[in-house]
Design a protein around this ligand. Structure first.
Ligand SMILES: NC(=O)c1ccc[n+]([C@@H]2O[C@H](COP(=O)([O-])OP(=O)(O)OC[C@H]3O[C@@H](n4cnc5c(N)ncnc54)[C@H](OP(=O)(O)O)[C@@H]3O)[C@@H](O)[C@H]2O)c1
Length: 284
């Protein structure tokens, strides 16, 4: 594939894996952006330091790279203030360049009270991250309407461990209290599944929202136990079942996504967490 690919957020969890898998998806010309965190030197592609909140820097990057496909994997709940401005800048630049934009959004655009959610379900975020992701989706739809907006959920992997699992594992090992909710459901999505789907979507003529996640959801507790088992950890008494309803936290209860549209559209199989764990164990 000769399309020039631009991946944002190459030092981030999803962006790094997209960059690693781009060559196997056939992309041979790739530029990857980073911000303050410098990705490992051996990562594929040409590095480009860009503050995506700076419109002039984004325009200069597009001018230099002339991308045909852009996968916007930068700016997450760990950089919430950057979500909307970076997406506005990327969307404007992609539209002006006539580039195919693949934007990543989140199940947290929903309220958690009306699952399962298909692509057309009304949004209703219950926290500031979800509100920023809704605003970013609206920016993509208005500034770059040909783009695809990929809603995903709880991205996990072990090489390296995703942010959330690393935090749970570290606390579990150090004896800190770990409370895993038995009344909160998400659709944990293997980072390889997501990365393959994002790369495939770079070459598919589909516009608008698409749910790309595990076809089944799990309770936080059950997902935690699956990850402990995969990592060979026997949780001690400091790992406890908890109820979201008792926690007073502002979190959505059930964010199960209906992924039937993506299952018909994509060749990339959307694996359940158990199928992904089997693959991880098999080393593939
Ligand atoms: N991880 C999940 O469970 C999950 C679930 C649903 C949706 N998503 C979405 O998936 C996407 C990727 O998430 P992730 O977990 O891979 O995020 P991440 O690991 O936190 O990485 C985000 C990257 O964005 C970069 N960034 C932040 N501000 C920037 C700026 N102003 N200019 C340029 N780069 C900037 C960060 O660079 P620095 O390190 O230098 O700040 C970081 O490398 C996000 O859109 C997120 O909302 C993630």
């Amino acid at each position: 594939m000769t399309a020039r690919l631009l991946v944002t957020g190459a030092a981030g969890y999803v962006g790094r894996r997209v960059v690693q898998l781009a060559a196997s998806a056939g992309y041979t010309h790739m530029v990857r952006t980073h911000h303050r965190t410098i990705p490992e030197a051996q990562l594929a592609g040409t590095p480009n330091a860009v503050d995506l909140c700076d419109a002039a820097q984004v325009a200069a990057c597009f001018e230099a790279v002339r991308p045909q496909v852009v996968i916007h994997a930068a700016c997450s709940n760990r950089s919430e203030a950057a979500i909307v401005p970076s997406t506005e800048n990327i969307s404007r630049a992609a539209a002006a360049a006539g580039a195919r934009l693949v934007h990543i959004s989140s199940d947290t655009v929903h309220d958690g009270e009306r699952a399962p959610y298909d692509e057309d379900a009304p949004t209703g975020p219950c926290n500031s991250y979800g509100r920023a992701k809704v605003e970013a989706e609206q920016a993509v739809l208005s500034l770059c309407p040909a783009a695809v907006i990929v809603r995903t959920s709880l991205v996990f992997g072990i090489d390296p461990l995703d942010h959330q699992t690393r935090w749970v594992v570290n606390d579990a090992r150090s004896g800190k209290l770990v409370r895993l909710f038995t009344d909160e459901s998400r659709s944990p999505t293997w980072v390889d599944t997501l990365a393959h789907a994002l790369l495939e979507l770079g070459n598919i003529d589909y516009s608008g929202v698409l749910n790309v996640a595990s076809p089944i959801s799990l309770k936080r507790w059950d997902f935690g136990m699956l990850m402990f088992d995969l990592l060979g950890i026997s949780p001690g008494p400091n790992v406890q079942r908890a109820l979201l309803a008792d926690s007073g936290m502002e979190r959505a209860r059930d964010l199960t996504l209906n992924v039937s549209r993506a299952q018909s559209l994509l060749q990339t199989p959307l694996l359940t967490p158990h199928q992904a764990v089997q693959k991880i164990r098999a080393g593939s």
